[in-house]
Every structure is written in C-alpha cells, then in structure tokens.
Design a protein around this ligand. Sequence first.
Ligand code: SF4
Length: 382
Amino acid sequence: MSGFNPQRGFGVYVHWPYCARVCPYCDFNVYAAKARDTAPLFGAVLRDLESWRERTGPRQADAIFLGGGTPSLMTGEQVEGVIAKVDELWDLRPGAEVTLEANPDDAARFPDFAAAGVNRLSLGLQSLDDARLKFLGRTHTGASALAALETALGKFRSTSIDLIYALPNQTAEDWRAELARTLSLGADHLSLYELSIEPGAAFFQAVKRKDWSPLDDERAADLYQITQELADAAGYSAYEISNHARGREHQSTHNRIYWSSGDWAAVGPGAHGRLTNGPQRWAIEAAEKPGEYLRQVRTTGLGWAVVDTLDPLAQARERVSMGLRVVEGFAISDITELDLQLAAAPVAEFAAAGLITNENGRIALTRSGRLMADRIAAEISP
Ligand code: SF4
C-alpha cells in the first residue's frame, strides 16, 4: 500500500533545545539556556513549519508536542504562536492533544501555557526524593515538584508525571514506597523510565570512571515487575512499555502516532520526523546545533539536514519495533501490506515461550516479553 494513511495519525513535534542546566543522564540534543534571546529560534520554528506544510499538503493534525529540552522555558506568547501556526497550516482537529513538557521550576508559567491552548502537561518530576534529585542533577526538590504538580492539576485536560527508577543502590522497598506515593498524587498519566546510561551523557563517563555502578539487570527487572504490579493495582495500567494512563482518554495521542508509524512534522534543532510522500517514506532530521538550524532555515526555509528514504524493509522493521511497544501490539497486515512476511520460526518460538501472543491477526508482547522487547523485535522482523 502506498501513500499516507491518516488512520496512523499525523502530529507536529517542536523541539525546544534549551534547559536551565544539562542533566548528567541526558543524551538529548540540549544546550544550557543561559540568557539567550530565543526570538530567532521561535521565528525559525514558524518558518520551518510553513515549509513542512508545503511538503505534507493539506492534512488534519491530531496532536502537537512541545518537547525538548525544556519547552517550559518558552513564553506563553511563543507557545500560543506555535499552536496558532499549526492550526493555520494543518487545521488542528477539534480537541486535539497539545502537550508541553515542563520542568517543575517553571510552574509560575503553567497558567500562561493553559491559556495558550496547552491541554496536556508532562511534568519532569523524576523523583520525589531530594538526594536522588541531586544525584540526577535536577534543580528542583521533592517539595517544589509536588507544588508544581498541585499547580498543574485541574489546569490541563491531562497531567503526566515522568519518574526515573533503577537508580544505583535503589532497593525494591525504596521504589515501592516512592511509586506508591506517586500513584496517590492524582496525575492522569505516568511515564516510568529505568535509568539508562547513554554514551552521550555525563553519567556514561562517571560509570566508566567507576564513580558508581548502575543497578544490575536482574534487580532492574525486579523493579520493572514492581512497577507493573503497583501501577495496575492503582488503575494505571501500562499501555506501552514505560507509559501508564488512568483510562484511554489520558493515553498520549502524540506518542501513539510514533508507535503506529504515523507521520509527524518535526521542527527545531535536531528534531526527527517522518513523512509519507506518495509511495515514499522519509526519515527526516533537522540540523542539530541551534546555530546550524537557524542558518539552514534562513537559507533554505527548511530545517532539514538529513533525509533517508525508508525502503519497505526498513518500514516493516520500524512497524514491528514501534508496534510491539504498545499493549495491543501490531497487525500482521501492517507487514504483509508491504509485501513482506514476519520470520515465522521466531514468532512460533516466542509464542510457545509465552513472550508474545499471536491472536486475531495481531502480535503483542506479554508482560515477560516486554523485558526483551528489542531482541524479540529484531528476531521476528522480516
Ligand atoms: S533531562 Fe530534560 S531537563 Fe535535563 S537536560 Fe535532558 S531535556 Fe533538559
């Protein structure tokens, strides 16, 4: 099948690359905010959106996601300007999800973001424990995180909390207590991530120097199981490997576009997007460094620096690895419509081992399978 299928969804991602301070576990494309004038970046983002529109043609946008970086460093006017531009270019679907990732330190601006049209706030709490927050290099405290959550609740249609676990020396009891407390806070959505040591992050060097050791895989897997049990019991079932929602209406529309291999326009330094253009599907990366991005948009009108054409095999592999992340998995027809087949023997073996289900034309991970998602995706893919 060729051409964009609107059922997979279309969204807009805006990468705001500045942070008050760069956290030592972070390998995203981020830069210290300092006292920068962000007006040129804001202007470039709007111009880049216009150029994307020339390439997508008319579509309806299901979601906007302002991520980063720390987009809560944007002003309310800038956020409003982005939302208005997307609506002008793509006709934002009524009730479309508009998410902004926020640092608890920026709680004073939450009312401005709500007034600008943000209806989903994703709050980077990371921990409620001051010592752990310090270890993570965060500038907020447990108390200020709770105050920020208090400010957010009721102002947005959905409020989400990010938490990081599997920190060095974290015991099952520690995590149980912290998670139980978090689950009682009244958020609508939780993103619960294991700490991962990424090569681009300062933590990678710290571990290499043996300053501290990450939790071993077995203990991390125990904490993952605890996460699933407690979240399920509190009514926050996982709908994706790390994401839990209190009901379908609080699941992230924007992330679902990624997991169902939809299309999304992506603007801002280093933003990654996908565009189906007739029979072709492109993986697009914007120029990475803010200065390069500004130059690129100034000279060409468009932030694109890398455009890879995804052949049917690459598309199928992406559909498998993304589709396996959600609890309902992916349809086998997602693969056969590309004239490809899943690897039959591994599918049968993983199903016999209770790691995947193969029912009603869909393949999905079981709870134990979720711990091996990457390996299973690689082995069953065409
Ligand atoms: S973790 Fe978040 S706040 Fe910290 S540097 Fe990365 S993007 Fe910025």
